[in-house]
Design a protein around this ligand. Structure first.
Ligand code: URA
Length: 231
């Protein structure tokens, strides 16, 4: 059981201060009985607002097809943010919706967003080793020697002490400057830096897969809720 004002504020309907007014202006019921007192307690599953159940009361987990040019930071000074794509009520949630790991401004593709702090920790922890598949194009033809180099788990990036974990590189037989790279960790700008360590510059980068999740036919800029069991 939680206080109604807290529940409404956490789910982004209104601030705690606005809850009294919100309850006046909207038909809020708990197990069918109208409620006006913001301090009354309820189970989220028993609450209806204007006849509708609460919006994802147990937390959000979204897969977004990140377009180029958006940042995963919350800092507006860094440019337009992936969170700006979300409905206002989701942007007002507390805990706030945040990305699980980050993609660079110049990287597109699959990113997970959640307001469940424990999922952020779980899937960004080096212990977890979720495979992430990236498709990269580069400024030069890629040599098959890179496959054992990336697989060896010995490549040390500029400014790092520990080597990169073994990574699975698959060259595209139809396009010598295109490759898929599967990483199980997420060092800063890792794909770009791994290729840079071999003299190649990544020109385009797209994340195709996170664990078992793919984007399917989700267009850039669109998102959909997913269950954790899908990862
Ligand atoms: N590696 C990068 O270089 N950039 C990303 O956004 C993700 C992985």
């Amino acid at each position: 059981m939680r206080r109604l004002d807290q529940l409404l504020a956490n789910l982004g309907y209104c601030s705690r201060r606005e809850a009294r007014d919100y309850l006046k202006k909207n038909s809020v019921t708990v197990r069918g009985a109208p409620v006006r007192d913001p301090s009354s307690k309820a189970r989220a599953a028993d609450v209806l607002i204007n006849g509708e159940p609460l919006d994802h009361p147990d937390g959000l987990l979204l897969v977004l097809n990140k377009p180029l040019g958006l940042v995963c930071s919350h800092d507006e000074r860094e440019g337009p943010r992936v969170y700006d794509l979300l409905p206002e009520r989701w942007r007002a949630r507390n805990p706030q919706v945040t990305s699980i790991g980050r993609l660079d401004k110049d990287t597109a593709g699959l990113i997970l967003l959640t307001d469940q702090t424990e999922l952020v920790h779980k899937y960004t922890s080096p212990k977890h080793k979720v495979p992430k598949l990236y498709r990269a194009t580069t400024d030069r033809d890629l040599c098959p020697d890179l496959i054992p180099l990336f697989a060896a788990g010995t490549l040390v990036l500029d400014g790092e002490d520990a080597p990169c974990a073994p990574a699975d590189l698959r060259l595209d037989p139809a396009s010598p400057r295109t490759a898929d790279l599967i990483l199980t960790e997420g060092k800063y700008h890792q794909v770009r830096r791994m290729f840079a360590a071999t003299g190649a510059t990544v020109l385009t980068l797209h994340r195709v897969r996170f664990g078992n999740l793919t984007l399917g036919d989700l267009p850039p800029g669109q998102f959909r809720p997913v269950a954790e069991s899908e990862i």
